[in-house]
Design a protein around this ligand. Structure first.
Ligand SMILES: [Zn+2]
Length: 278
């Protein structure tokens, strides 16, 4: 899609499954099950949709789960990468060598797994050989000093090899990454989780990452139990929704299995997404 001076292409690194109860926090199952039908293990299907931004540079935001998960994890998370990032990049006329910037919303494995690959000798290396990788300084600190509550989400194999290869740039605060693209910290999901504002030709698109992983999460109390600081998620989301509705943001939903992006609408106390891209 052309977006002002930029081009946006939603990519796909396949699908995975997470516990429906954990995905919707305090929301009772009879309510969330109408939006996302659970399987026999109570899991719901989620996508992983990195976003390609072509502008001054060729950038991707997040890179999916990648192909390093072992058989047990593939089973637990129901990973289905029949369609994956290589396939969707090829469809967009892009190969790994053509990516110049890889921007991380945060360093959880379903976002950063695709940052590295294991080569034929078993050595971990950056998956995009010509890219600078960008992450938030404090997110890096958290990822490399995990505690019992977040350890399962931060797999060192996804990001430590980037530092070792000297291709990781840490950004300490909200910043412009390239013309028309800037990051804004949300906190909530992780203390330093960030979303990406893409602004060109008078329009604004936002890559919402785990602030609102699916369209169901535009409802204010629908907050993941995975979030470390759910009240921070609520505060940020409340203000963000106001702006998004008023200013007609095109919001990209990284984990929604059906809707790629849409505009947020609100009437009679109800908030919903009008799909623009499915
Ligand atoms: Zn996450």
């Amino acid at each position: 899609m052309t977006f002002g001076d930029l081009e946006l292409v939603s990519l796909l690194d396949g699908f995975f499954r997470l516990d429906g109860g954990a995905m919707f926090g305090v929301v009772p199952k009879p309510l969330w099950a109408r939006r996302a039908a659970p399987d026999e293990q109570n899991r719901i299907r989620l996508s992983m949709r990195p976003l390609l931004v072509r502008g001054a540079k060729t950038m991707i935001i997040d890179a999916g789960i990648g192909d390093k998960m072992d058989a047990k994890s593939c089973e637990i998370y129901g990973i289905d990468r029949a369609e994956n990032l290589d396939v969707s990049m090829a469809a967009a006329g892009l190969d790994a060598a053509g990516v110049e910037i890889v921007l991380a919303s945060h360093l959880h494995f379903d976002h950063a797994g695709g940052f590295t690959v294991r080569d034929s000798a078993g050595t971990l290396r950056p998956r995009f050989p010509n890219a600078r990788y960008i992450a938030r300084t404090a997110e890096w600190e958290d990822a490399t000093h995990p505690h019992e509550r977040n350890r399962a989400s931060y797999l060192p194999e996804n990001f430590v090899p980037l530092m070792e290869a000297g291709v990781l740039d840490l950004v300490a605060a909200d910043a412009v990454i390239m013309p028309g693209v800037r990051v804004v910290r949300t906190g909530g999901h992780t203390m330093h989780h960030q979303i990406v504002f893409i602004e060109s030709g008078g329009r604004t698109a936002v890559f919402a990452a785990d602030l609102m992983p699916t369209t169901a999460h535009v409802s204010e109390p629908w907050i993941m139990a995975y979030d470390l600081y759910p009240m921070d998620t609520l505060a940020f989301k409340r203000a963000f929704l106001r702006d998004a509705i008023e200013r007609e943001y095109l919001v990209f939903f990284e984990h929604d299995p059906v809707v790629v992006a849409g505009h947020i609408r609100r009437a009679n106390g109800r908030t919903w997404v009008e799909p623009a891209l499915v």
